[in-house]
Write a protein that binds this ligand. Structure first.
Ligand SMILES: *Cc1c(COP(=O)(O)O)cnc(C)c1O
Length: 288
């Protein structure tokens, strides 16, 4: 449903840690797909919106935190394809530039307590009784149709070009879709988890993808959205060496992990690693 006007390029990333350790690292610039439906969020929403349209649903309802890339993407995509959008936001009422963007795109925001938020299905069920033609989209847009959309990330990548493909892991949906496509192209898929204590998620990813996939769990740097001086310095260093911006929640943690794994000689010499830039640059608004 979301037609891509171009397929984003793959760029070589030359950092000393890569050349010194005999690996080549490339980045697929899915962050370039759209400024607000960025990176993997475009892929994840593609078949979800198509499904909603097919079922004649006109009102998309979803969930997220106050700095959710998913909700901004949904608000924008909803506006593009004439869906009404409503989001339930976890926690007390706040305002920030990302929520302002959601509102600008016409999304209705409803704040719910952290306790109530745990029962998303109940919140949705109650909302749906008084609102016709609603369509439920889980937090972070996760699910089977979203994973299917993420298979397309490797659509134009030829077999034999890369040995590994790596992405950041939030819900794991992107990695699951990526892994299905990677398997067909003889690439080893790996994830860098940005949540603390999320080892249990590996099983869900295996179920969703149909494969056992290596997820690295030692690179969350204290937990979801946690930052530190070293991480912020890495973002500056990376920007100044490559011209590419990374966000502190997902993609910077992924690239730091690939750098460290290269230094530890985790990747065999000669590896050609494709890192997916899943976008999310608006997330930087939470760091300033
Ligand atoms: C949402 C997001 C992710 C996480 O994707 P999942 O499919 O939930 O694992 C990764 N990177 C960025 C930039 C994101 O916005």
């Amino acid at each position: 449903m979301l037609e891509l006007s171009f397929e984003p390029p793959v760029e070589r990333i030359k950092l000393p840690a890569f050349t010194q350790n005999g690996v080549e690292v490339f980045m697929k610039r899915d962050d370039m797909i759209h400024p607000f439906i960025s990176g993997n969020k475009w892929r994840k929403l593609n078949f979800v919106l198509e499904d909603a349209r097919k079922l004649n649903k006109t009102h998309l309802v979803s969930f997220g935190g106050a700095y959710s890339n998913h909700l901004v993407a949904l608000a924008c995509a909803g506006a593009m394809y004439a869906f009404k959008t409503t989001a339930f936001i976890r926690g007390e009422e706040v305002n920030n530039p990302m929520l302002a963007l959601c509102r600008l795109y016409g999304m209705t925001l409803i704040f719910v307590s952290r306790e109530a938020y745990r029962n998303k299905q109940d919140i949705y069920a109650e909302f749906a009784t008084s609102n016709p033609h609603t369509y439920f989209i889980d937090e972070g847009g996760k699910g089977e149709l979203a994973a299917k959309g993420c298979e397309d990330i490797l659509k134009l990548v030829d077999t034999g070009t890369f040995s590994h493909v790596v992405c950041a892991v939030g819900t794991g949906t992107t990695l699951a879709g990526l892994a299905r496509a990677a398997n067909k192209k003889n690439m080893i898929p790996e994830g860098i988890c940005v949540l603390k204590g999320a080892e249990e998620m590996d099983k869900e990813i295996a179920v969703l993808s149909g494969f056992d996939i290596k997820v690295h769990h030692q690179f969350h740097r204290g937990g979801y959205a946690k930052t530190d001086a070293e991480l912020l310095n890495f973002i500056k260093h990376f920007a100044q060496h490559t011209g590419i911006l990374l966000d502190q929640v997902y993609t910077a943690k992924m690239m730091m992990a690939i750098e460290q794994l290269s230094e530890e000689k985790y990747y065999p010499a000669g590896s050609r690693i494709l890192a997916i830039h899943t976008g999310g640059l608006l997330g930087m608004l939470s760091a300033i």
